[in-house]
Design a protein around this ligand. Structure first.
Ligand code: ZN
Length: 564
């Protein structure tokens, strides 16, 4: 049953133009070559840029779009070989729809279902949405990719596409998010960003509400205008992995508009990030009330900024700050072949074990204890070098605290950084920063789930203990407490005000990895910064955890749980 509402015009805030629509969609993937083959050879999109994840140069960032990579056509992927599949759930974008010509319906149905490279046995589901035909398939990592048939705006055709020109996809039509509460999306899109509400129709998964961006005033003529949400109250959140959509980026014309949005979203308590330089656009990120991560990206400078249109995607592009490390980065990146140019990029054979694994954003997180949605207190536990998330989670049984949910991230290669914590910090970069960012990401995620940092205990063993102390000593975030089992500070020159932060530290006097004088210097520093410190030395402990330490940890955690 369809129930259309008249599109309403919402007065946008003074001097801010409406957000125009979609800029790009960013998805986690696994095997990079399968990803390239699907998007270029099946869907006929051009790989317009091969670069790395700016936060993790060991991972590709692949961009697909029209010939020049215009906003509204850009699908981007972080392929992380071997990554486990995500599970779809509320609070995320679950599908991205391209616009396809109405007359091309049979062509695409045949191409997606037919034999050979282009079909490859894809299972296609057919449906209708707001009066338009829709085909849905899963990409090689399970991301839902849809084609909506409409007479949409033309984009810039890519002559080398294996898809004949008249059937070429025309950039995005929409994304679909799953949410518990459509109202929160409306508050953001209509209330803050100048979208209008198109209407709601009943669908198999729940009522689908469509919002339309400000669109076609002069640039890009109507590409990627729509954000749909399907309301599924009471359904669980997903778990992030290969095939999960990381975020949907909306587009704005220039930096001035972006700054205006940044100020407005800050005032409205969306807590957007500061502007980040993504080389081809400038970005801010924020979540709506259900947890969907949105970005606002500028149209400029665009993809032809650092290579000619005729050569887009031909070479590995690195931002200036990584150029000095290009040989190491190329040696680490998996070998891929560009179908357009036949050139090979990256040199690592997949399947080989990298000697020096770089950490990644697609970090797996194991959980234990009370389910995340039901807990009001949490512990983030960081494993030691050579150990696993599973190992550190075994503390849960000994702690026996039923109120806590436990999150344990797994470091790539079982190590958060390659050298001893006593080595010069630069030798452990960028791994150390990436590991600290992992902690930050988990805190952000917990906050989004209703558990603020003050209700989080950050704990770790050995290398994980060093990391936990280091995070606490340099972060402005006020944690609930810190537990460092056989660890010490990595740097002794941080001056964050710890303001009564409860910290427990335990070590053996003859620990082979943690010199006692470093332990004591760390304790002195933390105490001088205002921490409520309980630092104990246990003769005979070895590099291990004993019952007294568990008791101290339990007491600290109970204190955090008891605080209102
Ligand atoms: Zn993005």
């Amino acid at each position: 049953m369809l129930s259309y509402y008249r599109a309403m015009t919402v007065p946008s805030p003074v001097q801010i133009s409406p957000v125009q629509g979609l800029h790009h969609v960013t998805v986690m993937a696994s095997d990079p070559q399968r990803n390239i083959d699907f998007y270029t050879q099946v869907l006929g999109q051009r790989m317009v840029k091969v670069t790395v994840n700016f936060d993790d140069p060991g991972t590709y960032h692949l961009y697909y779009g029209d010939r020049t990579g215009q906003p509204g056509t850009i699908m981007t992927h972080f392929p992380w070989p071997g990554a486990a599949r995500g599970v779809r759930g509320n609070g995320e974008v679950v599908a991205t729809a391209y616009s396809a010509p109405i007359a091309s319906y049979d062509f695409w149905l045949g191409r997606l279902t037919g034999p050979g490279l282009t079909g490859a046995g894809l299972q296609v589901s057919r449906g209708q949405r707001f009066g338009q035909e829709v085909l849905s398939v899963a990409d090689p990592d399970g991301t839902w990719v849809e084609l909506v048939f409409e007479d949409g705006a033309p984009v810039q055709d890519w002559p080398a596409s294996p898809v004949p020109l008249e059937h070429a996809l025309r950039g995005f039509h929409s994304v679909t998010g799953w949410v518990g509460d459509t109202g929160a999306v409306r508050d953001l899109l209509v209330g803050q960003l100048g979208f209008s509400e198109v209407g709601t129709e009943e669908g198999a998964g729940g009522p689908r509400t469509r919002f339309r961006g400000g669109g076609d005033d002069g640039s890009g003529a109507g590409v990627g205008l729509f954000v749909d949400v399907v309301e599924r109250p009471g359904q669980p959140r997903g778990s992030f992995g290969a095939g999960s959509v990381h975020h949907a980026a909306l587009r704005t014309r220039d930096d001035a508009q972006q700054t205006a949005y940044l100020e407005q979203l800050t005032a409205a308590s969306y807590r957007p990030t500061p502007v980040q330089d993504r080389q081809y656009f400038h970005s801010i990120y924020f979540r709506e009330g259900n947890g969907i991560l949105f970005e606002i990206a500028t149209d400029a400078p665009g993809f032809p900024d650092d290579e000619p249109v005729d050569g887009l995607g031909k070479h590995l592009r690195l931002p200036a700050w990584y150029e000095a490390r290009r040989p190491a980065i190329e040696a680490h990146l998996p070998r891929i072949v560009s179908p357009e140019y036949g050139v090979t990029l990256g040199t690592r054979e997949l399947g080989a074990t990298p000697r020096d694994e770089l950490p990644g954003p697609g970090i797996q997180v194991l959980t234990a204890g009370r389910p995340l949605g039901e807990a009001r207190v949490a512990a983030i536990l960081l494993h030691g070098r050579g150990a696993t998330a599973q190992d550190i989670l075994s503390l849960e049984g000994g702690l026996n605290l039923s109120a806590f949910t436990y999150l344990a991230p797994q470091a790539a290669g079982n190590s958060w950084y390659p050298h001893s914590f006593l080595a010069p910090v630069a030798e452990n970069q960028p791994h150390l920063d990436a590991a600290l960012a992992t902690v930050e990401d988990l805190l952000t995620e917990l906050e989004a789930q209703g558990i603020p940092a003050q209700k989080v205990v950050l704990g770790g063993f050995s290398q994980g203990a060093c990391l936990a102390l280091e995070y606490a000593s340099r972060s402005a975030v006020k944690l609930g407490g810190v537990v460092a089992l056989s660890g010490a500070l990595i740097t002794l020159d941080r001056d964050a005000d710890l303001d009564g932060l409860p910290i427990f530290m335990g070590v053996a006097p003859d620990d082979a990895h943690i010199p006692l004088d470093r332990f004591e210097a760390s304790a002195d520093l933390l105490r001088s910064r205002g921490a409520a410190l309980d630092a104990r030395v246990f003769p005979g402990l070895g590099h291990a955890v004993n019952a007294e330490e568990l008791d101290a940890m339990r007491a600290l955690m109970q204190g955090v749980a008891a605080q209102v």
